[in-house]
Structures are given as structure tokens and as C-alpha cells.
Design a protein around this ligand. Structure first.
Ligand code: URP
Ligand code: ZN
Ligand code: ZN
Length: 460
């Protein structure tokens, strides 16, 4: 199977030019003006953008959490991702405390194999570190192609590890070329504020927000960067939301550390005014919560300053019925929101179209940096000869409105209902196969491949 995409504006993290792109089987085989190749399929991309398939390194599919499971599984989640121009996702395996990483891997393989439509990989969340787990960590890096390890500084009793375990894990990862990633919030302080609000009968979604003030994230981010400094381990902070946490990363830079940072569209675009007293705010109950306007400003600046390296989603959807588990108590609302489908279009519309970031920065933070940081580059994350033909043809001017009635995620509301967006994913190729065309998904469950990743790039 061969494909010729003609006359598109090809955008990478470094380049921006008009050319033809020729795909042979699963790889990009030629790029140039007026390519002579004849192909089985030709796409006229005149006036369109052509960029690498997005990589969303922060999704939770079919994940057990807060007494339920996130509502998108590997089939619905990766399909929705493809509709939005994301061809590869990295999901989180959760170790059950007291059990092995190996058992957790087997559980997630059952969830994904034969079901995923888009490509996927796993981070391994270490929730209970000990000597046996240390050996498994090394095996995962050397043999399984799972080279990034998630830690939680919150969610005590289920996912959180203490600082001693964190430092020991960092030492193992430093030695064997792994990357530590973190949910950096101070779990003890948050738990005490939740308990106080509940005792006072303050039970609406607003108190989810008020239980996680900025200091809980700023403090944990600083503590994490201090532990990285002590151990020399490379680190990545997921879903960073606020100025205080970003300043902790800035301070780490002053002592010559490079700490990778991910934010998400909701933290760039939505502020805490969504947490009203009524239950509608449950749509935005996620951890950390959305913040203030000054934090949005800091995050956009952080993108410009190369302090924020990645925009992921933290896609963790729950249906409205699931959200209602917390109708009388905010602490029982499953944390998370649906976003896997909208990341690229929201960031293009609000970022590129509104002049906040360049097109190349858009590609860098949605595809190239995730590929480099998580050991998939240049197989994924760029348009280059020999790379996987994960390619998006994007209409930069098409206007549309986000709605639960048109999205493909398995959830019966949209946090972004009614948002007007400019720019639409039109055609998507996954390893040379037509994945999305004319508003239809052409791939079946099982088309998605597990991406075995290499050791992390310390330098991006
Ligand atoms: O609220 C969130 N973010 N839910 C998913 C789990 C996590 O903390 O990333
Ligand atoms: Zn988190
Ligand atoms: Zn998450």
C-alpha cells in the first residue's frame, strides 16, 4: 500500500514548507516538491497542514479509580484519539499495593491487546516500592520497553508512595536509564483539607477546588525537584497547573537541572470559576483542579520559555452517572475529565490561531517532545524519511463546535460543550493505513500496536 499526500504544508518541530509526502507501507519514504511516485492512494492537501500524528503521553483507559473505572477503554479511547489527530497514547498501568509490577502488566495487556485501534504504550505506576519491585523496574526497562515510571505524591492508601520510596526508586532509575514521572501534590495536606471541609458540611464540587490550593502543588513540585537533584535522576512532572509549581521548576533550572514539564489544555484554557456551588462543577473535578488566570498566563509563558515541554490531556473520563457517585460529597466524585479527542484542535485553535504559540511549537509539544522524552523518537513524533507514517492532514480554517453529540469518547457529556474551535483533523494515517477519513474511522479494534520504548532522552 502506498499513499501520496500532495502539496501540503508540512510542519515539524523545526521546519515548515510546502511539499509532497510519499508513504510506502508503514513508513514515510520520500518528501519533496512534485514527487514523481505513483501511489495506490492520492490525497490533495493543498491549503492543508500536514504534521506528525499526535502523541498523548497522559491517558487513563479502563482504569480502576475511586470505586469505578474510567469510561473509555482501549477501543473507544484510541478511536476518539485518532478522530482528534492523536495516533499514539501512553496509558498508566497501576501496580496494586502489595502486588508485583508483572501482574499489573498482565492486567493491562488484557485490556489493550486486540482492542486498541491506535498505537499505545504504558507508563508503569509504582505504588509500592521494595527490593523485588526494584528488580522488576530494571527488567521493565531492559526487556519490556517500559522506561517511564509514574509516582503519586497524593491519593494516600491507594497510589501514594512516601519520599523514602521515591528516592530509592529514583536511584534505581538513574542507574538503569529510566525516567521518573510524578503527580506532584502534597497528599497529606489535601487529605486534611478534605476532612475539614467534610466535617463542616461543605460538600459541593467547589470544595474539591478549595481542598487543593496552589501551595499543595508548589510544595510537592519543589520537593520532587529537590529529590531529583539529590539523586541525579531525570524527572517529568505531569499535569502541572500553576505558577508556584512552575517556579519550582525554574528554581531547579538555576542549579542546572532539567526537569520536564507537562501541562494540559484545561489548565491553559479554563479557570477555577467552573467550580460553582451546584453540581455542574463536577465536570471539572480533577486533580489538580483548574486554577487562576495568572496561572494560565504563567503556563502559556512557560511554553514559550521551553519550561513547559508537553501538552497531554490526563484523559480520565467518567459518565455523568459515575460523577453522581459524589452528588452529596465532592470527595466521592471520580476525579478526571474527557479530553483525548480535543487536545490537538483546542491547542491549535486557542494557541496557534490566537497567536500564543507557533505552529512548530504546537507540533513540538503535542508530538515531538513526547516522542523524545519517552524514547520513541524518531520512529514517532516527526515527519521524516524512515519514520512511522503517522500523519495528520489538518484543515486550518474549518470551524466547528465541540459537543457530546458529535464527539467519539464514551461519555455522555462534554466539559467543552459549545466551545467554538477553528481547525479540524481531516485525514489521519496510522503507520500508512487510513485511520480517519470523511468523518469515519476505517480501522478495527486490534489495529493498534504496542510501542516498545527506548531509554529516555535526557536532552530534547
Ligand atoms: O483527576 C485526575 N487527574 N484523574 C486521573 C488520575 C490522575 O491523578 O492523573
Ligand atoms: Zn495525576
Ligand atoms: Zn492522570
Amino acid at each position: 500500500m502506498s499513499v501520496l499526500i500532495k502539496n501540503g504544508r508540512i510542519v515539524t518541530a523545526a521546519e515548515d514548507y510546502i511539499a509532497d509526502l510519499y508513504i510506502e507501507d508503514d513508513k514515510i519514504a520520500a518528501i519533496g516538491a512534485n514527487l514523481p511516485q505513483k501511489a495506490d492512494k492520492e490525497v490533495d492537501a493543498t491549503g492543508k497542514l500536514v504534521f506528525p500524528g499526535g502523541i498523548d503521553p497522559h491517558v487513563h483507559l479502563d482504569m480502576p479509580f475511586m470505586g469505578t473505572f474510567s469510561s473509555d477503554d482501549y477501543e473507544t479511547g484510541t478511536r476518539a484519539a485518532l478522530f482528534g489527530g492523536t495516533t499514539t497514547v501512553i496509558d498508566f498501568i497501576l501496580q496494586t499495593q502489595g502486588d508485583s509490577l508483572r501482574n499489573a502488566l498482565k492486567t493491562w495487556q488484557k485490556k489493550s491487546e486486540g482492542k486498541a485501534i491506535g498505537d499505545y504504550s504504558y507508563h508503569m505506576a509504582v505504588t509500592d516500592f521494595n527490593d523485588d519491585v526494584a528488580k522488576e523496574v530494571v527488567e521493565f526497562i531492559e526487556e519490556e520497553g517500559i522506561t517511564s515510571f509514574k509516582t503519586f505524591m497524593a491519593y494516600k492508601g491507594a497510589l501514594m508512595i512516601d519520599d523514602g520510596q521515591m528516592v530509592q526508586l529514583m536511584k534505581v532509575l538513574k542507574k538503569h536509564g529510566g525516567l521518573i514521572t510524578v503527580h506532584a501534590t502534597n497528599g497529606d495536606v489535601i487529605d486534611s483539607l478534605i476532612a475539614k471541609h467534610r466535617a463542616e458540611g461543605k460538600l459541593s464540587p467547589l470544595y474539591h477546588y478549595l481542598s487543593q490550593p496552589e501551595v499543595t502543588e508548589a510544595e510537592a513540585s519543589a520537593r520532587f525537584t529537590d529529590m531529583l537533584h539529590y539523586t541525579g535522576c531525570p524527572g517529568y512532572i505531569v499535569h502541572l497547573t500553576c505558577e508556584g509549581a512552575l517556579n519550582a521548576v525554574r528554581r531547579a533550572g538555576l542549579r542546572n537541572q532539567k526537569v520536564f514539564v507537562e501541562t494540559c489544555p484545561q489548565y491553559l484554557l479554563v479557570d477555577a470559576s467552573v467550580y460553582e456551588e451546584d453540581f455542574e462543577g463536577a465536570k471539572w473535578v480533577m486533580s489538580p483542579p483548574t486554577r487562576e488566570k495568572k496561572d494560565q498566563k504563567a503556563l502559556w509563558a512557560g511554553l514559550q520559555q521551553n519550561l513547559v515541554n508537553v501538552v497531554g490531556t490526563d484523559h480520565c473520563p467518567f459518565t455523568w452517572e459515575q460523577k453522581l457517585m459524589g452528588k452529596d460529597d465532592f470527595s466521592k466524585i471520580p476525579n478526571g475529565h474527557p479530553a483525548i479527542e480535543h487536545r490537538m484542535e483546542l491547542l491549535y485553535s486557542e494557541g496557534v490561531k490566537k497567536g500564543r504559540i507557533s505552529l512548530s511549537k504546537f507540533v513540538e509539544v503535542t508530538a515531538t517532545n513526547p516522542a523524545k522524552i519517552f524514547g520513541m523518537y524518531p520512529k514517532k513524533g516527526t515527519i521524516a524519511i524512515g519514520s512511522d507514517a503517522d500523519v495528520v492532514v489538518f484543515d486550518p480554517d474549518k470551524k466547528h463546535t465541540i459537543s457530546k453529540d458529535t464527539h467519539h469518547m464514551n461519555v455522555d457529556y462534554s466539559s467543552y460543550e459549545g466551545w467554538k474551535v477553528t481547525g479540524k483533523t481531516e485525514t489521519v494515517f496510522l503507520r500508512g493505513q487510513t485511520a480517519i477519513e470523511n468523518g469515519e474511522c476505517h480501522l478495527e479494534p486490534g489495529s493498534g500496536q504496542f510501542v516498545k520504548r527506548g531509554k529516555t532522552s535526557y536532552i530534547i
